[in-house]
Design a protein around this ligand. Structure first.
Ligand SMILES: [Zn+2]
Ligand SMILES: [Zn+2]
Ligand SMILES: [Zn+2]
Length: 160
């Protein structure tokens, strides 16, 4: 029996959002950086589901729900802040962002992305990043950052 990731299980998602925001507050306080109201709100929006969200979707919600006419550069800067502080990951293939569920320790992003429902499941396998670093080293390449994006079908969509 394969393990069912949280993203594929019915669960109280408000708990995910709540703990992600609480963790962000604590992490920013520890690092002495400011989680402004906008940065926090953008993080909350990224966390609205376990599916990556694009910057324009974030902008749309900000203007619709918050009546806030946030300029795109403002939102991009907020996203950059969240990326720099490891609170979100960027999914390049979808040009979108996803909240990180374990920002407290350094890790490389590894994602299983469902092509059907677009859920993104984060893996945490240092053996994968180690293998990439070792293979890169063999060709004289020094790895600075790596995000692994794997496309396929999630358990829910496979059984649907
Ligand atoms: Zn959740
Ligand atoms: Zn992560
Ligand atoms: Zn799926």
């Amino acid at each position: 029996m394969p393990k069912t990731p949280l993203a594929n299980r019915p669960h109280d998602h408000s708990h995910c959002v709540h703990s992600a925001l609480a963790e962000a507050d604590a992490l920013c306080a520890r690092q002495g950086v400011r989680l402004t109201a906008l940065r926090r709100r953008v993080l909350e929006l990224v966390w609205q589901s376990h599916k990556p969200l694009g910057a324009y979707d974030i902008l749309a919600v900000l203007s619709e729900q918050d009546g806030r006419r946030a300029a795109p550069p403002t939102v991009y800067r907020a996203l950059d802040f969240l990326l720099e502080n490891s609170l979100v990951h960027r999914i390049a293939s979808l040009n979108a962002f996803i909240g990180c569920s374990h920002p407290e320790h350094a890790h490389q992003g590894q994602f299983l992305i469902c092509r059907e429902c677009h859920v993104a499941i984060e893996l945490e396998q240092s053996s994968i990043s180690d293998a990439i670093v070792a293979s890169a080293k063999e060709v004289g390449f020094s790895v600075e950052a790596q995000t692994v994006e794997v496309v396929g079908l999630c358990g829910n969509c496979r059984s649907a």
